[in-house]
Design a protein around this ligand. Structure first.
Ligand code: ADP
Length: 393
């Protein structure tokens, strides 16, 4: 470990031949690149879409498939440190790159576990991390024949183990009728948690194991799309809940042996228990406000972590709310941000447009952060802005 760490420390990073590789070229990558540019780090990004948000910003942009073994190997061979902005990466290739001595953060092992919700839940159980009771199955037929024996009663939550995102692959099962669909792959069920609030803690850990949490946020989801609609910082929670949530987040990062960011999504239950819902080993939608609201942004912190620099201060400078701009048009078409020019006279408003030319239903196109010394005022403005702007084609 120490040898490894020393090598990173000795390497000349800025304005040098050092190359940071990023797998995935979406908006999370784009915002990571802004901070990389500020440091004059050389970046190389791979995404299958030649118009991905990173395409025009990366020093080198490679069109390639991040789920393909050979593409990831070829890419990884040409950079010094590899990181990701999305989980769906070919982890066999990352394992092989690690064997060849490449620095891969997050590790292939952590990514492998996180890619599979059944494995994630098993990991929490094994490591005594709090999560809702669950049961894993290899397919839906097995689930139907066993869930009663496993002591599950309606209602409960069904999830596909792999390939779900933004609420796709999650169903609330209220009666046997709701199990009348076909699913041939691995899946799981969880107890339906009585949720008071959904919280997120972004925690970052560098190569030498220093660890820091960002202020906890509260997330509000859209009922229909299951997408995060608002992220509010700070969360309206007691000191005791804050302390327990931070401890859980840090322990989770340490158990995964994470290097880089880990977004830990939590449920605060009606009884004030804290349960882990799921984690993401990368910059996260619940951390965009850190750009304006915190001493260090999540993107800067991720770079510091994976390059083994000291972590930045995470203190809140000013409260804020982040509003996602998602496509509302049913049919894909050239994007229009209706009424967006009209919000620039509102104080404390920061507009982020990701640069996707085409809008479609529920596609994340941009976000707006509204800061205000009074969080309630920020929330009021945020909700007004959300109603005003329409992302259409
Ligand atoms: P995704 O990975 O697609 O975002 P999640 O597993 O985070 O899916 O679930 C999406 C949403 O469904 C959560 O944000 C939460 O509102 C709800 N949910 C998920 N699991 C449970 C549960 N066990 N009990 C109650 N609600 C849940």
């Amino acid at each position: 470990m120490h040898q490894h760490y020393n090598n990173v420390k000795k390497m000349q990073l800025f304005s040098s031949n050092f190359k940071l590789g990023v797998l995935g070229g979406g908006q999370l990558g784009k915002m990571l690149l802004y901070d990389a540019k500020r440091y004059d780090l050389h970046t190389k990004v791979m995404d299958s879409n030649n118009e991905a948000p990173c395409a025009k910003i990366a020093d080198e942009f490679i069109v390639g498939d991040i789920t393909n073994y050979n593409d990831v190997i070829d890419f990884g061979n040409k950079v010094d440190v590899i990181t990701v902005e999305i989980e769906k990466i070919n982890t066999e290739a990352l394992l092989e790159l690690e064997k060849r001595g490449k620095k891969v953060y997050p590790s292939a092992k952590a990514l492998q576990i996180i890619q599979n919700k059944s494995d994630q839940k098993q990991f929490y159980k094994k490591n005594n991390l709090p999560t809702s009771r669950f049961s894993n199955y290899s397919n839906l037929d097995e689930l139907k024949s066993r869930f009663k024996k496993d002591n599950f009663k309606f209602p409960f939550v069904w999830k596909s183990s792999k390939f779900g995102y933004d609420g796709k692959g999650v169903k609330i099962i209220k009666s046997p009728d709701d199990l009348n669909f076909s699913y041939k792959n691995q899946c799981l069920i969880e107890e339906l948690v009585e949720i008071k609030k959904e919280l997120s803690v972004i925690v970052s850990r560098n190569v030498q194991g220093d660890i820091k949490c960002f202020p906890i946020v509260e997330m509000e989801f859209n009922d229909k799309s299951n997408l995060v609609e608002y992220v509010m910082c700070p969360a309206n929670i007691s000191d005791d809940i804050e302390k327990r949530a931070n401890e859980i987040a840090k322990k989770t990062s340490e158990k995964f042996n994470m290097v880089g960011l880990l977004a830990v999504e939590l449920f605060l239950t009606k009884d004030d228990d804290i349960l882990i819902n799921e984690v993401a080993p990368r910059p996260h939608n619940s951390g965009h406000h850190t750009i304006e609201c915190c001493m260090t942004s999540q993107f800067d912190q991720h770079l510091r972590s994976i390059l083994n620099l000291s972590l930045g201060e995470t203190d809140l400078i000013i409260p804020g709310i982040m509003v996602n701009l998602v496509g509302e048009n049913m049919i894909e078409g050239n994007v229009i941000y209706k009424n967006i020019n009209d919000i620039f006279d509102i104080p404390g408003v920061f507009v982020h447009i990701y640069g996707k030319k085409k809008s479609r239903l529920n596609r994340k196109m941009g976000h707006i952060t509204i800061v205000n010394k009074d969080i309630n005022k920020a929330i009021e403005i945020g909700k007004k802005i959300k109603r005003k702007i329409k992302v259409i084609s």
